[in-house]
Design a protein around this ligand. Structure first.
Ligand code: SR1
Ligand code: MG
Length: 417
């Protein structure tokens, strides 16, 4: 079908004034803003890549949207690192699908503009970025079940089991995401394991980093994980599901920022959530000095991992195989499949932890610890947990065993060799 398009508007980056003219001119937003009423905009982008504006009616700040626009370069680094604005299309496609599959966990998409590479979506103004909440030791009671449902529904329903082999291939093609996958390939699986100018860690960590980089068995396992990441198109992933891509409050959970979406291994998304909860676990080694509070919060984190996996596993199996009337996928195969997702999740969780300590893009949980000795202890613990998860993942058969591997890690700072 031909789509009638106006003459394309040449791309320009919005600012806090032009974004107001922009929202006024969009018919999709007449349910939000009244004609000619005063509107205000603030730029709030604190991520690594994009411009993000909160745009609200001055008379009623509850009438509000977010405008997210892709810049033609990596914001974290600047114009010296060009990056295709097409990632905005991938994110809009993926958000549109999430609006269908998991509307209760994804912000409503009002529009995608293919000329300006921007999306306008629901402003989650009653929620905060989960990473910040975890730093402040806030527990979110609904999060573990919510994220388990999100993972099961988005992942199971984009597999061959549900889509069928033909439609799934079309979807794989629609979600080819070369440039964003390259960022992950380099930043997660390559650069942390070699001396690389892009790596970014503090000098005190150097001896442990050098030891990790010369651990041959670890490098072999990371090469296997990279191979799985690049070749194993099991389902449509979010692709960057860390706790900075999750917004929460005491009653709901929303997932945002899926510009890294592509067809990859299911364990990569599950492992991203687990790895980021374990980064918080490592950070509270020093962030929370009071032992009772530390143990209580860590119990919340590890119980969350157990719950999210339990919910995911049960619902994934139901969605993926409920219509398998011909018994093409016997019980033993289904068990094997889910066990290998669990082992992948353990490995990817470990890789995600290590990249956030050694690689370019860190996380505030650890890099925000001001005292350098304390930061080194937390970072060292995160590296050790990550390393163990990668190396021991083949022996993990239950989520409790994954937790046991993770929680037996200890910091090795100061480094004694
Ligand atoms: C250069 S982009 C760095 C990181 O930010 C995103 O959140 C992804 O995790 C990416 O690896
Ligand atoms: Mg992001």
């Amino acid at each position: 079908m031909m789509v009638d398009r106006e003459i394309a508007t040449p791309y320009y980056a919005l600012d806090t004034e032009t974004v107001i003219d922009y929202v006024r001119g969009r018919s999709e937003l007449t349910s939000v803003f009244h004609a000619d009423e005063p509107i205000e905009a603030v730029e709030v982008g604190d991520g690594n890549l994009n411009l993000v504006f909160k745009v609200s009616a001055l008379a009623d700040p509850q009438r509000t949207v977010v405008v997210k626009q892709a810049l033609p370069y990596v914001r974290l680094v600047g114009e010296s690192w060009p990056l295709s604005t097409d990632r905005a299309r991938l994110e809009a496609q993926s958000l549109q699908l999430q609006n269908q599959l998991v509307p209760e966990y994804s912000p409503h998409l009002y529009l995608y503009d293919p000329d300006l590479y921007l999306m306008v979506m629901q402003n989650l103004n009653k929620h905060i970025i989960m990473r910040q909440g975890l730093i402040n030791r806030i527990q979110y009671p609904h999060f573990p079940e919510d994220i388990g449902h999100f993972l099961a529904r988005t992942l199971a329903q984009t597999t061959d089991f549900v889509l069928g082999y033909q439609e799934k291939k079309d979807e794989v093609a629609r979600f080819i995401n070369r440039e964003m996958c390259k960022i992950s390939e380099d930043l997660i699986f390559t650069e942390p394991y070699r001396k690389d100018d892009q790596n970014l860690y503090h000098a005190e960590l150097e001896p442990q980093v050098l030891a990790l980089q010369s651990d041959e068995s670890l490098r072999v396992e990371v090469a296997h994980l990279k191979d799985k990441f690049t070749t194993h198109a099991q389902a449509l992933l979010h692709g960057d599901l860390h706790t900075g891509s999750i917004m929460v409050n005491q009653s709901d959970t929303y997932v945002i920022d899926s510009e890294f979406a592509f067809y990859g291994p299911i364990g990569f998304d599950v492992g991203a959530v687990i790895g980021n909860l374990l980064l918080s676990y490592a950070a509270h080694e020093v962030r929370t000095q009071e032992e009772v509070h530390r143990a209580d919060f860590r119990r919340y984190l590890t119980d969350s991992i157990i719950t999210l996996w339990t919910v995911f596993e049960r619902e994934f199996a139901h969605l993926a195989w409920e219509n398998d009337n011909l018994h093409a996928f016997p019980e033993a195969y289904r068990r094997d499949y889910l066990r290998s997702v669990l082992q992948d999740a353990a490995g990817f969780a470990g890789a995600k932890m290590i990249r956030r300590i050694i690689g370019l893009a860190g996380v505030a949980d650890i890099r925000g610890i001001e005292d350098v000795t304390e930061r080194s202890i937390a970072a060292s613990l995160a590296l050790n947990i990550g390393q163990r998860l990668i190396l021991e993942r083949h022996h993990i058969t239950t989520i409790e065993e994954l937790i046991a591997v993770a929680t037996s890690g200890t910091p090795s700072y100061p480094w004694k060799g």
